[in-house]
Design a protein around this ligand. Sequence first.
Ligand code: ZN
Ligand code: ZN
Length: 293
Amino acid sequence: MLKINDSRKFAPRIGAHKSIAISLDLAVDRALESTCECLQIFTRPPRRWEAGESSLTSEIRNNFLKKCEKANFYDTAIHMPYLPNLASPDDTLYQKSIQVLSEEIEKSFLLKAPFVITHLGSPKERNEDFASERVAKALDIALSDLKSPTMVLLENSTARRKNWGTKFSHIEKILSKVTNSAHIGVCFDTAHAFSAGYDIRTTEGLHAVIDTINDSLGKEKLKLIHLNDSKGKFGSGVDHHEHIGQGNIGIDCFRELMQNPRFKRIPMIIETPKEDDQSDINNIQLLKTLRSS
Ligand SMILES: [Zn+2]
Ligand SMILES: [Zn+2]
């Protein structure tokens, strides 16, 4: 049994994206070594189409589940690899992308991971309406024979690639077109939002963005936050993550995310630079200090 009440003593829970190298269950060990309270993984090599060596044998799966139970990780997020493009106008690429999303949803069921995170992709030369139709249809297909309570979380992106995916209005458009919207949520990435022109350097600015998400998408849609400071300047469109408090967003935003009760039920994952084994530990310790002060 998961000890949910115990883990809620500290809120919000703070975790990191961890490698599944050698065996997927080792991600849990790596997370614990970095003092994580929750976890995000790729289940396959993020820049290749093939599923790779990390195929899910029942032994690996059982080890992963046992370790998660012991660690009290009950809100693991699976991040989609980077090559799929759910807004692609190219039919072959589009079908392959839906296939990968379906596979990751299936794995989330096997791994008892409630979230699959995806970027919105790029419609290339096509417009916003085309993109939102395309992504909504992909989500409907991938969620059509859902066996689990998995939610697919749409992550806001930076301002490159014709600006699609950068605004929460884009996610709103997808939600309005998708049939199974109960299984769609939002992953808010602080660095992506900042470089796309959402000014979250102040607590007022941060709350204004969260209000926008809640008002336009629904109060329960924000399910996970990626905590990243930004090397890219405000509105620059540069997706370059930085250690917490050392980038252009600054510490105030992260202090507010750690301390304001409105965020306490939302798992938070760092995707900050990993120079060495200590990097994640340092960022997580800083966040824990903010949380308890
Ligand atoms: Zn992402
Ligand atoms: Zn992210």
